[in-house]
Design a protein around this ligand. Structure first.
Ligand code: 3HC
Length: 292
């Protein structure tokens, strides 16, 4: 099946990134949001990012040409003609199920339905539609325009041709897809989450300060960011939510939230997006580490 029209559900950090890379790759993209103001914010971010790529000579077309392939809407009916639907709304099973269920009678039958969830089981979403064989997971990484990886996730119901179509679509976006099955956390979060949580435990146990642990992993292992910088970047609320889903699934301590993570989330300190997390971003160019 040829994919031409892409629908992206949600214009937050992940949705806007997915929309941007899809339009950059030449697809016609429609982004669905609940309110126009969220579209405006997401599209402003896309324009900024495209301008950066253009400045570096990393775009094959003018940013305006790419931007012209992006449309925003608040009406589900506008997605009827989509070939590929990628959901990137809030990490909440009930809301995702409701969204897929509402779109099922609207979007054409041949369309592929993908979720960008990082931890929710794709299988749990299947019964929200009448086409479980056309559902898959496509897990992108933040920041989507820069990160090369897409985890392509198959369930026991996914039709082989749907899976291959989605895999090829990820390649057309200029990404490197990896094949994985619908096991909670897939590949990356299965390995990344225990590492991030262990960094918090190490701090709680007095192994080192926040900047020392960050520098140790950055300079000692060649990671682009230390664990606390990455936690603030991903979002502590997001990470906390993932730990709950993973702990619920595996009942293993390595996936359980350390008390400090829970405290920061309860305080509303979600990391970069709220200006405060393990670091204080009052001056974004000079984050100040917290002492807890
Ligand atoms: N669009 C265009 N350009 C961008 C951009 C964007 N969205 N974001 C950053 N850039 C540019 C910057 O402006 C900068 O340009 P410059 O060199 O001209 O100044 C360049 O990219 C490099 O950025 P930075 O200097 O800010 O920093 P880095 O060199 O460290 O690169 C990074 C940034 C790619 C984010 C790198 O730090 C990195 O790889 N970090 C790890 C990210 C990661 O692990 N992500 C996965 C998180 S897990 C996840 O998403 C899964 C979920 O389920 C939890």
């Amino acid at each position: 099946m040829e994919i031409r029209n892409v629908a992206v559900l949600g214009c937050g950090l992940m949705g806007s990134g997915i929309a941007q890379v899809s339009a950059t790759a030449g697809f016609e993209v429609t982004v669905l949001e609940v309110e126009q103001k969220f579209l405006d914010k997401g599209f402003a971010g896309i324009e900024k990012s495209l301008a950066k790529f253009a400045e570096k000579g990393n775009l094959k077309e003018a940013p305006q040409t790419i931007r012209a392939r992006l449309k925003g809407t608040t009406r589900k009916q506008d997605l009827a003609d989509s070939d590929m639907v990628i959901e990137a709304i809030v990490e909440n099973v009930a809301e995702k199920r409701q969204m897929f269920s509402a779109l099922d009678p609207i979007v054409k039958h041949k369309a592929i339905l993908a979720s960008n969830t990082s931890s929710i089981s794709i299988t749990e979403l299947l019964s929200a539609t009448k086409r479980p064989e056309r559902m898959i997971g496509m897990h992108f990484f933040n920041p989507v325009p820069l990160m090369k990886l897409v985890e392509v996730i198959k369930t026991i119901a996914t039709a082989p041709e749907v899976y291959e179509n989605a895999y090829e679509f990820a390649e057309k976006l200029g990404k490197v897809p990896v094949r994985t099955s619908d096991k909670t956390g897939f590949v990356v979060n299965r390995l990344l989450v225990p590492y991030l949580l262990d960094a918090i435990r190490a701090y709680e146990e007095g192994v080192g300060s926040i900047p020392d642990i960050d520098n140790a992993m950055k300079l000692g292992c060649g990671y682009p960011m230390g664990p606390f910088t990455l936690l603030d970047f991903v979002g502590l609320d997001t990470t906390y939510y993932i730990t709950q889903v993973m702990y619920d699934e595996f009942k293993e301590r390595r996936f359980a939230s350390p008390p400090l993570l829970k405290r920061l989330v309860m305080a509303g300190w979600y990391g970069r997006k709220t200006g405060k997390g393990f670091y204080d971003y009052s001056d974004p160019n000079n984050p100040v580490p917290g002492q807890f």
